[in-house]
Design a protein around this ligand. Structure first.
Ligand SMILES: [Zn+2]
Length: 89
């Protein structure tokens, strides 16, 4: 009887939400750097070397993985456009 009670308690302790598999900040910054280097530190749309950011081709929420193939180097303005349904320019 008491054994069961203690078992239940243990189960509850381990019933925390499982964290999503995610890269650490360090690993992610390394991956970003790899993407930038692969793209020669240039925006892959307009070729600008300024305000570079790394864009996820497939959003993380749509099974986009944190892998090099899913990343592309864009400058801030081009990156911004990627996240807008339609540009005003
Ligand atoms: Zn650009």
């Amino acid at each position: 009887m008491s054994e069961m009670a203690s078992h239940k308690k243990t189960m509850r302790q381990f019933r925390q939400k499982r964290p999503r598999l995610k890269l650490s900040a360090e690993e992610y910054s390394l991956l970003r750097k790899q993407a930038l280097q692969r793209d020669a530190w240039r925006c892959q749309i307009c070729g600008s070397p300024k305000d570079l950011q790394v864009h996820h081709l497939t959003k993380r929420s749509r099974l986009g993985d944190d892998v090099l193939d899913n990343l592309i180097t864009l400058c801030a303005p081009c990156h911004d456009l990627q996240h807008r349904p339609s540009g005003s320019t």
